[in-house]
Write a protein that binds this ligand. Structure first.
Ligand SMILES: *Cc1c(COP(=O)(O)O)cnc(C)c1O
Length: 377
């Protein structure tokens, strides 16, 4: 079947830029005038504003979400010989960052209702080497943090959240960034709060962790050219701080728009034979992506593309089945809920600028294709 021209793209970054162009262009001009290209005043003020947004005492701006995970783990003292409990159903960076420190990732299964860490699986994975727990707020839905924090406190473990997809998410009314010991964000351009380049941050209310992350991002210096820690070049650029400062002022409105689009999708897809994403009663889902489940995912994706609707899959292979991570020692069947999700999830176009007619077109195409799929089965 030949693919038709794209009617609805999976993402449209240009539409958002156009909607805030004067503010962004002015912010970029300020950085050019100041010549503060790395860190600087724009990055510092973004740090303050984002800390407040995330309900944390401090925010350390970095050059990526991966760097945020790496430095949070190092600040927690994670290193060779340690174990960190995390999930396989995530972007590889959550697991890779643990390996960067020399520690071993221990993967546990997910709760299929939220696609996030199953708290009931933590206790059995704890050993004398366990140092930290790293839940991932996948798709923007927070993991069930109370039982995670409870088991961590009982065993003296640090909790580091991967909130790369969860800016603006809340757990029992608390913003993500206000619950665990450290929270890691990504500002990759496609994220809910996206830079125009790479970016990331750690938020924390622990002054010791904040100090360590801040030092490690800039070569472990306590003063110029005096290195007390073996650090990294993980600094945020001035342009990104200025751009993120502008975009942060729009984030709440964008998140509300995402949530309204999701409600509309949920209505339109109610009787179409696909499983719609859920939101736990204690959660404010930030809807980084709208992910449905279906038996014939690849068939549905192909049918939608043939109909001009671009979709995406997050993620077709859980980390433990990725070739690069085969030596972690897991096999197919070890983490069945993550593996089943990986075969069935499909993400529909979702961005604040998505028009009502595009939403209707997507939903219509899904219903048509899904009803055909059901007949084939
Ligand atoms: C995007 C992402 C990361 C990595 O962030 P980068 O800024 O691309 O380094 C980590 N974890 C998850 C869940 C992500 O979605």
């Amino acid at each position: 079947m030949p693919n038709s021209p794209i009617r609805v793209p999976y993402l449209d970054l240009k539409a958002q830029y156009k909607s805030i162009k004067p503010e962004i262009d002015a912010a970029i001009a300020r950085v050019l005038d100041s010549c503060q290209f790395v860190l600087g005043a724009e990055v510092s003020s973004f740090e303050q504003e984002f800390a407040a947004y995330a309900g944390a005492a401090d925010c350390i701006a970095l050059n990526s979400g991966t760097s945020a995970l790496h430095l949070a783990l190092l600040a927690a003292g994670v290193g060779p010989g340690d174990e960190v409990i995390t999930v396989p159903f995530t972007f590889v960076a959550s697991v890779a960052a643990v390996l960067y420190t020399g520690a071993r990732p221990i993967l546990i299964d997910i709760d299929p209702r939220t696609f996030t860490m199953e708290p009931g699986a933590i206790e059995a994975a704890i050993t004398l080497r366990t140092k930290a727990i790293l839940p991932v707020h996948l798709y923007g839905h927070p993991a069930d943090m109370d039982p995670i924090m409870e088991v961590a406190r009982r065993h003296g473990l640090v909790v580091i959240e991967d909130a790369a997809q969860a800016h603006g998410a809340k757990y029992k009314g608390h913003p993500v960034g206000n619950i665990a010991d450290m929270t890691c964000f990504s500002f990759y351009p496609t994220k809910n709060l996206g830079a125009y380049g790479e970016g990331g941050a750690v938020t924390t209310s622990n002054a010791e962790y904040a100090k360590k992350v801040r030092s490690l991002r800039d070569w472990g210096q306590d003063r110029k050219y005096h290195h007390v820690l073996r650090g990294y070049n993980y600094r945020m650029e001035g342009f990104q701080g200025a751009i993120l400062g502008v975009k942060l002022r729009h984030l709440e409105a964008w998140t509300e728009t995402r949530r309204a689009i999701v409600s509309r999708y949920n209505e339109l897809l109610a009787d179409c034979g696909v499983e719609r994403p859920g939101e736990m009663p204690w959660a404010r889902h930030a809807y980084h992506v709208y992910t449905l489940r279906t038996q014939d995912r690849d068939g549905l994706q192909a049918a939608l593309l043939a109909d001009g609707i671009q979709t995406s899959v997050h993620y077709a292979l859980p980390v433990h089945l990725q070739p690069a991570y085969a030596d972690l020692g897991y096999r197919r069947g070890d983490l069945p809920k993550a593996e089943a999700a990986a075969q069935q999830v499909l993400s529909l176009p979702l961005y604040p600028e998505l028009s009502p007619s595009a939403i209707a077109e997507v939903a219509d195409a899904v219903c048509k294709a899904a009803s055909r799929n059901v007949q084939i089965v």
